[in-house]
Design a protein around this ligand. Sequence first.
Ligand code: 13P
Length: 342
Amino acid sequence: MDVGRLHETAVALVAEGKGILAADESDGTIKKRFDTIGVESTEETRRSYRDLLFTTPGAEQCISGVILFDETIRQRAADGTPFPRLLESKGIIPGIKVDRGAKPLALAEGEKVTEGLDGLRGRLEEYRSLGARFAKWRATYSITDTLPSDYCVWANAHALARYAALCQEAGLVPIVEPEVLMEGGHSIERSYHVTSRVLTAVYTELHDQRVDVSGTLLKPNMVLSGYQSAEQAGPEQVADWTLRCLLAHVPAAVPGVVFLSGGQSDIDATANLNAMNARGSAPWQLSFSYGRALQAPALKAWQGKPENVEAAQRAFYHRAKMNSAARTGMYAPEIEREAVPV
Ligand code: 13P
């Protein structure tokens, strides 16, 4: 395993002012997103939507890498260039989602384990030949009064580490994504405790399975109040709890933490990331790997119509720029209003 090369790629993915676009929605998820704008999900509508995002002029100033879905890594831009090659030509690193989704965990009512390890070594080899330089695997954990169970926490940590080891062996940087879901009425303190348990298990398994964390990135949830809770923590509190949690559990050798947005509004996801970077003393780069929080305004502007492509690209570029500002703690709500020409 060439750890030096893996480390270099990981560092490039969290380069100053840049973050990752998660555009790896599975067929089911992208259909849900398209349903919100009344667009039918077909191979061609999915292709043209991703084309719009990847060809946005200037996106490479703020986007270091893009996570693709299996279908997308095999598709081409309108001019015939394969998507991975198009991204590379802009200096954007192509990545690939390799898990096969969260499925019910046996004998554990209400809990899930992520599948996709069978045959993974062969799939990684193929993805690398198609141009991928990093990968993603997402595990999910629900919070209730009694969940997640230790069983769920450790089963998912074990699978995440097996995935990460296979990626490193194949020369791909593993993005390790344990997502504690924020649905529920729980407090931010409960969020903190559950996230702490999850990260403890993840780093124990990564260590036991010989993963070199200097060639990985962590993609965690931010520590938030449950979305249905009457009391909602603001950016300063979110920064306090999230940083406290990460500092206690994430080795300093990890080059970067790339948060998921997890259903926060696009503005909240930017403001919370900004509050953390404004503190200025974390041992890792604090960046983003957003799906919804980067794409929502673009999707809305697009509406599936070719004549709206430019407006959608402007919307995407604007969100990318705002999050780029949040990478250095320079974001402020006022800059949302500044016109951003593409
Ligand atoms: P969201 O930012 O929409 O949560 O998506 C990120 C992601 O890649 C989830 O796996």
